[in-house]
Design a protein around this ligand. Structure first.
Ligand code: BGC
Length: 349
């Protein structure tokens, strides 16, 4: 069968090539790939900056934002032929650490977790893949290709849950939220925050195009420019750009007792606006919590599925701005200015 593979840490090695059919050991459910979303992590892996092949193998099958159709449900119940499913990304570490032992693999504390398409287990960018029933999530068939948005949505379900947990440290009635970055993660965050009843603001560099339109269609307020110019002090910020300057400005602009969730992953860059000590002082004097959030456990997969099912389908479908064929995977990985979510489609829905 065909798959999109890469030799991790070696730039320029991504290929659309023939590989053996998935191994029985990878799970009792056999799935035909329908679509796989592309995200910044995939781009990093292809650029040779991230990713690990399975032990003893040279290549890694890419792809962690899956959507597939069950071909063979295997011996254990719960699934039938034709079901639409999405595969969970992370697997608990084998020790296991206390977090993985209780199913909170997203909080793995020894770093020995594995991730499909990212860390030591093959991903979902192959014509067929296998999965264990406990890591397969059924998707409402009426969602169609929008089911591919479930994985990025889980990242937000976790971030928002953590914000609620952290908020319990004091009397806290959040009303406003700022989301920085209007990519798929930011826009899904804005959607879920809106569905939770918050006054939502989104900030991005783009001044025109689909991003401001989508934000306004949600009934949220769009800002471009500096966080320092938004004109209010948000109770909560979900930072999805990973850009040092935006993070520093978010710490300065957030309201007293605010919670700043770092959900974007960036690298390097010079911070011209404040020193670390100045930022820490701003956090100390106003009781600010700054925390990072990655991945998601089954609780978040369930919650994200519920939110997506209740969301406006017409709005959600505008998040998928480009669909590419597997053989054109390099074009899918090359970000264009108007891209929000680019999807590689393997078979008809
Ligand atoms: C994925 C997460 C994963 C993280 C780090 C993200 O792109 O959505 O599931 O934990 O990368 O590998």
């Amino acid at each position: 069968m065909k798959a999109i593979t890469v030799e991790p840490k070696k730039p320029g090695t991504a290929k659309y090539m023939d590989i053996p059919e998935p191994n029985q050991g990878e799970g009792s459910i056999l799935v035909e790939a329908v679509a796989v979303g592309v995200c910044g992590t995939d781009v990093e892996i292809v650029e040779g900056k991230y990713g690990w092949a399975p032990h003893g193998q040279q290549y890694l099958v890419l792809g962690h934002e899956s959507l597939g159709r069950v071909v063979d449900p295997g011996p254990t119940g719960g699934f039938k032929k034709g079901d639409l499913v999405v595969g969970i990304v992370r697997r608990p570490d084998p020790v296991p650490c206390p977090n993985c032992a209780v199913g909170e693999w997203d909080m793995c504390s020894n770093g020995l977790y594995t991730e499909r398409g990212i860390k030591e287990i093959h991903g979902y960018m192959s014509e067929r893949w296998r999965i264990e029933p406990e890591y397969a999530i059924k998707v409402d068939p009426s969602m169609g290709i929008l089911g591919v948005l479930l994985e990025p949505a889980t990242v937000l379900a976790k971030a928002l849950e953590q914000i609620v947990f952290i908020g319990r440290r004091s009397y806290w009635e959040p009303k406003t939220i700022l989301v920085t970055g209007a990519g798929p993660i930011g826009l899904l965050g804005a959607l879920f925050a809106k569905m939770s009843g918050l006054e939502v603001h989104v900030l991005d560099r783009a001044e025109t195009g689909a991003k401001p339109d989508l934000v306004r269609e949600l009934g949220a307020t769009y800002h471009s420019g500096s966080v320092l110019d938004i004109g209010f002090h948000p109770d909560t910020i979900i930072e999805c750009t990973g850009v040092g300057q935006v993070i520093a400005e978010s710490i300065q602009q957030i309201g007293a007792n605010g919670i700043l969730c770092l959900a974007g992953i960036g690298h390097g860059g010079a911070n011209r606006s404040a020193s670390v000590a100045d930022m820490a002082a701003a956090a100390v004097l106003r009781n600010i919590v700054i925390f990072g959030s990655v991945n998601a456990n089954k609780r978040h997969w369930y919650k994200a599925g519920q939110w997506l099912a209740r969301a406006d389908r017409a709005w959600l479908s505008k998040l998928i701005t480009r669909i590419e064929k597997p053989e054109n995977f390099m074009s899918a990985l090359n970000r264009k200015p108007d891209d929000i979510k680019v999807v590689i489609q393997f078979s008809d829905i």
